[in-house]
Design a protein around this ligand. Structure first.
Ligand code: GH3
Ligand code: MG
Ligand code: MG
Ligand code: MG
Length: 298
């Protein structure tokens, strides 16, 4: 485990915060808030791993806080446990229906609260890991096609607001079937891993997204990159891959592994759908292949 998990305790009565703090402080990093509004402010600042939320508070109830948290994408997944004096079934149902993961009534049983908090934090950790796995390519560790498409969706609509540039590069290893046939599938996998790391090294901006698009095809999303910037990145990719100097006897264009690339560049507008970027880059990639491979078209 890297560092301690953070628990935000929300209660309008300091004495309650003190009680819960005493139960959890040995195992967790504790923050606290004494009103609903303060709870939201703190949550938006520290992104806690779990929130313990009182229900009855002046101005803004715990139910309202929970409702607001669930509306905010960055906070919606933070587990909320209501800790309340309200013991009615109807209150408990309301809390759970608002998206709370658990409901604990006061007076609090220390060992039970500790166990529940531990369980929910562990479950959250597993959920986060699964979510990360769902968008990561297992072989190369790059973003997979799903995250690439999400990023492309996000970036095309974000950049359309300012009419800013976007470039998409698709790249495909030349004669890779032949590579597998010559060196075996395991060497083929090793080659893919090396090409992926060369690709990551070639991208400089934090907002650039390198991805494995499928099989031996990769993609780069370059927000803000005009045609010149994209060509510069493509040239850097070629240099990084050529520096790998992976032998490829079966290639018709070189004695080492090469790639072909296609670039789509335009200023974003609402009419340019994410699919169009891929299609255009793919058309250009096709042109590179047919012009003899080991080159870039745009
Ligand atoms: P071209 O220059 O036209 O791109 O020829 P190519 O042989 O690279 O193209 P083709 O699409 O015919 O072959 C792609 C090959 O990539 C076939 C497939 O076995 C291989 N491949 C796809 N995914 C993987 C993988 O995960 N590991 C390995 N080792 N090979 C893979
Ligand atoms: Mg209260
Ligand atoms: Mg291919
Ligand atoms: Mg290929």
């Amino acid at each position: 485990m890297t560092g301690r998990s953070t628990v935000l305790i929300v209660d309008d009565e300091i004495s309650n915060i003190e009680i819960i703090n005493a139960i959890l402080e040995d195992d967790f990093e504790i923050s606290f808030a004494t009103s609903g509004q303060q709870a939201l402010d703190v949550a938006r600042t520290i992104y806690p791993d779990l929130i313990l939320l009182d229900v009855l508070m002046p101005n803004m109830s715990g139910f309202e806080v929970c409702e607001q948290l669930k509306k905010e994408p960055l906070l919606a997944d933070v587990p909320v446990i209501f800790t309340t004096g309200l013991g009615d079934t109807a209150d408990e149902v309301r809390g759970l229906e608002l998206g709370a993961i658990d409901y604990v009534t006061k007076p609090i049983q220390p060992v039970i609260l500790r166990a529940r908090v531990n369980n929910h934090i562990e479950l959250k950790r597993l959920r986060d890991r699964l979510a990360e796995m769902a968008v990561t390519d297992a072989l190369t560790g790059l973003s997979n096609r799903r995250r690439m498409e999400q990023a492309l969706n996000t970036e095309t609509s974000r950049l359309a607001r300012t009419g800013d540039w976007l470039s998409v590069i698709l790249l495909d290893i030349d004669f890779f079937k032949q590579f597998n046939d010559t060196y075996g599938h395991l060497e083929g996998d090793r080659c893919l891993v090396m090409v992926a790391s060369a690709l990551s090294r070639a991208l400089r901006r934090a907002s650039d997204v390198p991805a494995r698009y499928g099989g031996e095809e990769f993609a780069c999303i370059l927000p803000g990159a005009d045609a010149d910037a994209a060509l510069e990145v493509a040239s850097e990719i070629r240099q990084q891959i050529s520096a790998l100097d992976i032998p490829h006897e079966g290639s018709n264009v070189s004695s080492s592994v090469t790639i072909s690339m296609g670039i789509a560049t335009a200023r974003c507008t609402r009419d340019l759908s994410p699919d169009l970027w891929i299609k255009h880059a793919d058309d250009e990639l096709y042109r590179s292949k047919h012009a003899g491979r080991n080159r870039v078209s745009s």
